[in-house]
Design a protein around this ligand. Structure first.
Ligand code: SF4
Ligand code: SF4
Length: 340
């Protein structure tokens, strides 16, 4: 059974204590360790606050580790789709080398990995892959495409460059078997991208708007929709497997369950769902098992929100956990250890 440390009160003090105990079991002096937070879109106020990330940097440096923060570029247009804009957005959100106490490397430099699903393979981020270990700091919240955002999503999408994100969003698009479709329109209603329309009583996908989430697949009672290659969740799971396998005994995950919004930290200033809180604050979880921490976070948030969290998810909420188990990233059998 995997241990998930759970901090409910005195968050920074208890996080420091938990990190001090766990980081030294994973890393040694001289290790180069990548830290992956989500530094937020400009105007988003729910991303993990700089003092939490800075505390991880401090604790790593205490044991002689050389940490750096790393991030890739977004596929969507916004404040993080170029290196220059990303550094500027990070700066405005409070993340600079001065405030963090370590270097911040925003890069789309990539290496190609063979994929079980994508015939041309998938590009993953080179800078984090070249490290000796990783600490993944994730804001746990809802996510329209991936169901929720936790550690699996943070690596699965965050450690791939634009080219890999294209693979995850385009090669995973759904397709409709028109002969089975009865034109009920359920898929149209649940599609976040507004990619589906009903024409001549049959569903049709506009691929310019399809993000490849495959949530529509789960909702069709006629089994008329299928994945072209695989689901986004499986793609995220596969990307995670490259990093988890490389850093098997040299990784630690921190899930921050504060400001739990329905949507991702990519939502910018002015977006309609930005800041829509769907659960009371829960606390911070720490584990060396990526599946256990995401499952425990989901369960804790479900409990705190009286089940509301799963209701905002337009699909099987545990798709990513299933993918994590398929790729043997960890276990969904966990024990909560409360830190007081
Ligand atoms: S849910 Fe299935 S049957 Fe209904 S419109 Fe969509 S594809 Fe057709
Ligand atoms: S895969 Fe996702 S974005 Fe594409 S049509 Fe289905 S629900 Fe819409």
């Amino acid at each position: 059974m995997s241990k998930v440390y759970f901090i409910k009160h005195h968050l920074l003090q208890n996080l420091r204590k938990t990190l001090a105990e766990n980081l030294k079991k994973k890393f040694k002096k001289g290790d180069v360790v990548v830290i992956k937070p989500h530094m937020g879109e400009y105007g988003n106020l729910a991303y993990v606050r700089p003092p939490i990330v800075g505390l991880v940097v401090e604790e790593l440096k205490k044991i002689g580790v050389k940490p750096f923060i790393s991030e890739t570029l977004t596929l969507y247009s916004g404040g993080r789709d170029s290196v220059e804009k990303s550094y500027e957005t990070a700066r405005k959100n409070g993340f600079t080398e001065e405030t963090m106490g370590c270097s911040i490397i925003i890069s789309d430099e990539s290496i190609k990995k063979k994929s079980k699903f994508f015939k041309n393979g998938i590009d993953i981020a080179k800078k984090p892959y070249d490290a000796d270990g990783m600490v993944i700091i994730s804001h746990f919240k809802g996510h329209d495409l991936a169901t929720f955002g936790g550690a699996i999503k943070n690596i699965g999408m965050g450690f791939v460059p634009k080219s890999g994100k294209k693979t995850l969003h385009i090669d995973t698009q759904a397709e409709i078997n028109q002969s089975k479709c009865i034109g009920c329109g359920i898929c149209k209603d649940i599609c976040f991208g507004k990619a589906i329309s009903i024409k001549n009583k049959k569903a049709v996908i506009n691929y310019d708007n399809c993000f490849g989430c495959c949530n529509c697949v789960d909702f069709c009672s006629q089994k008329a929709i299928k994945e072209k290659t695989t689901s986004l969740a499986n793609g995220l799971g596969e990307v995670c497997s490259f990093f988890v396998d490389k850093f098997r005994n040299k990784s630690l995950y921190v899930n921050v369950m504060l400001d739990i919004t329905s949507m991702c930290d990519c939502c910018p200033l002015g977006s309609t769902d930005m800041g829509k809180i769907v659960s009371p604050n829960v606390g911070i979880a720490v584990s060396d098992d990526i599946v256990a921490i995401d499952k425990a976070s989901f369960d804790l948030v479900q409990k705190a929100s009286n089940g509301r969290f799963a209701k905002i998810i337009k699909s099987n909420p545990l798709k990513q956990i299933d993918a994590g188990l398929k790729f043997e990233l960890g276990s969904d059998n966990y024990e909560i250890v409360e830190i007081n």
